[in-house]
Design a protein around this ligand. Structure first.
Ligand code: T4K
Length: 370
């Protein structure tokens, strides 16, 4: 029987015969991991595509976050957002630091720069914002605050592959930025990620840290982790890089159709493109106002599910409500009203490069005609 389920996303997959050709080359060379030639090629091609000077590949998008904090020797308190995937805050925890949650902006879902300064204490050493859904943070304001208080900035840019602001990569901002190349992302290497840095010396240090700390055969410079991407996923990544622009364009068309169909639906809101930003359309969040729409977010979510349309409530529940973090003073709900409101009203609609017109009409029919 045909599967009529529409999932929140669907991975961008390389052409199988092209992938087979690259696999044959790997088989011939018998070099399958540890900084192989496809790995080096992918690092170069990604840096060029993204418009950044240096980038280190990782096995996922969580370990570059952990390694960035380690490399910058971040201690004490790190200011961050509760409105993200749990890996953001976990990376702070893994470094023995304390996360300090700051509320978000209602019109982007990103950390609110107006609230950052009041959260700074003598123990604060860094800010970890997230470009949530690929929407750029207020990077200029965050930079100003960081410089004034001598703080490092590590952007979790897991969602922001290819995003540009005023013609420049959003990944240029902050001391470092991280990416996720998970299957569910705009660009994927099955599992994978990267750490974007500003200079060759830092890249060298990061490359040591993702390889157990090894600097050569006999020297270990620190307690590094194993986060090396293998040749198979690097080859897959090279092929996906060639088609990612087409995938982003297909996603843009999906976003346009959603916006057109939902703009007059009372009680459903969404964000439009920002002038000067090259968006990547990684997610399409809508927000349900129960009173105006006449149905709660969860009712709509369940109704979609009953029709095999699997939206997702990213990012509900908030990270600050999980047991590891809920007793931190800044996790108090009264400190984070906007984040709670968004988390309680959001549904990310299905969004991917292969979403068909017919599929979209099924999704829209549920939302528009209730
Ligand atoms: N920072 C941020 C801001 C992040 O969002 C993430 C990850 C990270 C850091 C950490 O990066 P990684 O270490 O993961 O690289 C997913 C992803 O696992 C996760 O990468 C992502 N964020 C998070 C927002 O979403 P789930 O548990 O929702 O994924 P799952 O398995 O339910 O998949 C969602 C849908 O995607 C499925 O219903 C169908 C489709 N799908 C999924 C997979 C895995 C496929 O069609 N094929 C597949 O192979 O977490």
């Amino acid at each position: 029987m045909e599967d009529k389920t529409i999932t929140v996303t669907s991975p961008l997959l390389p052409d199988l015969s092209e992938f087979h050709e690259l696999l044959t080359q790997i088989w011939d060379k018998k070099w399958i991991t540890n900084n192989g030639s496809f790995h080096r090629q992918l690092e170069n091609e990604l840096a060029e595509y993204l418009g950044v000077p240096y980038l280190s590949l990782f096995t996922n998008g969580t370990l570059p976050l952990i390694t960035a904090l380690q490399a910058l020797d971040i201690k004490g308190e790190v200011i961050t957002t509760p409105y993200s995937f749990v890996a953001t805050t976990h990376s702070i925890w893994w470094n023995g630091c304390k996360p300090v949650f700051v509320d978000i902006e209602p019109d982007t879902g990103n950390i609110n720069p107006d609230l950052i300064e009041q959260a700074i204490t003598p123990l604060t050493t860094a800010i970890m914002p997230v470009h949530v859904y690929g929407q750029p943070c207020q990077v200029e304001r965050i930079q100003e605050i960081a410089e004034k208080h001598n703080l490092k900035v590590i952007y979790d840019a897991a969602h922001a592959f290819g995003v540009e602001k005023n013609g420049r990569s959003i990944l240029e901002w902050g001391d470092m930025s991280t990416l996720s190349f998970h299957a569910t992302k705009v660009y994927n290497t099955v599992e994978g990620g990267a750490l974007v840095v500003k200079d060759a010396e830092t890249k060298k240090q990061i490359d040591f840290l993702k390889n157990f700390g090894f600097a050569g055969e006999t020297e270990v410079v620190g307690p590094g982790i194993n986060s090396k991407m293998d040749e198979i996923r690097s080859a897959y990544g090279l092929l996906n890089l060639r088609q990612v622009d087409c995938a982003i364009e297909a996603r843009r068309r999906v976003a346009l159709r959603y916006r057109e169909a939902l703009k007059d639906v009372e009680g459903i809101s969404f964000w439009n493109d920002t002038e000067g930003v090259r968006h990547n359309y990684s997610y399409f969040p809508i927000f349900v106002d129960e009173e105006k729409y006449g149905m709660s977010r969860d009712e709509l979510y369940m109704k979609m599910k009953a029709s095999d349309v699997l939206g997702r409530r990213y990012f509900y529940p908030l990270i600050s409500t999980f047991s590891t973090y809920r007793n931190i003073p800044s996790a108090a709900p009264e400190n984070l009203p906007v984040a709670h409101r968004l988390a309680d009203t959001v549904i990310c609609l299905p969004m991917h490069h292969q979403l068909s017109g017919e599929g979209m009409e099924r999704i829209l029919d549920i939302i528009v005609n209730k």
